[in-house]
Design a protein around this ligand. Sequence first.
Ligand code: CA
Length: 237
Amino acid sequence: MNLELKNFIAEKNYPTFDLKAAFFDMDGILFDSMPYHAQAWVKAMNEFGLEFSLYDAYLNEGRTGDSTIDELFVKQYGYVSDAAERQKMYDLKSQYFNEFPAPKQIPNVFELLKMLKNKGLQIFVVTGSAQVSLLETLDKNFPNIFEKGKMVTAFDCKIGKPDPEPYLMALAKAGVEKWQAVVVENAPLGVHSAVAAGLFTIGVNTGILKPEELKKKGANMIFKNMREVIESWKKIF
Ligand code: CA
C-alpha cells in the first residue's frame, strides 16, 4: 500500500482498504473519443454564436449536454435557454460527433482491464453515455471484460456527474463498501463525482488539460497514461 492510499484511509477514517471493484469512466478512459467530442462541441457552439474553446470542452467533459449549454447561455447571454433551443444545439453537436470515425481504444487500457479482471476484481463502466448498444460496443472492443448489470449509464442516473450519484450507484450495484473500490477517470467533473462519492480516485490525464485541473478536484493520484497506471498498480494497492 502506498502513501497516497494510506493518507486517504486516514483522512476518510475508513477501517481499511480491501480492493474488490474498479470503476472505469468511458470517454477518455476506455475510448479515445474526447478529441471528437471536443471538436464537435466547439464547432456547434460557435455556430450558435457562443464562445467555446477546446479547453472549455475538456473542462466540461462529463456534464450533460443540457447543463453545458445552459451554463454557456447564462454566462454569455444572461438568460436561460429554452428546451427547444438546447435540443437544436445538442443535435448539431451530435451530428458533428457522428461524422467522425468510431473512436479507438485508449492505448494499453485493455491490458489494464485484463490485469484487473485476472485479479478477480469486479469491473464496472460508469458513464453519462446514453448509447443504447453500449454493452455491444464494449464487448466488441474489450471481450470478456464487461457484463450486463455491471454498468452505470445515463439510463440509470437522474443527475449524473459531477454529482456523486453515478459512483454511489456503482457501489450499490457492486455490493461493495467505499473502501473496496477504485475509480479511473480522466475529466475534472468525473473526478469530482468520484471524490464526492468518497472513493479513491486515479486521474489519468489523457486529454489536453493541465494536470492541476484534476488535482484541484481532488484526484488522489494523477498519471499521464495507462502504461503508468499499470506499472504503479502493484505499488498502490
Ligand atoms: Ca471521461
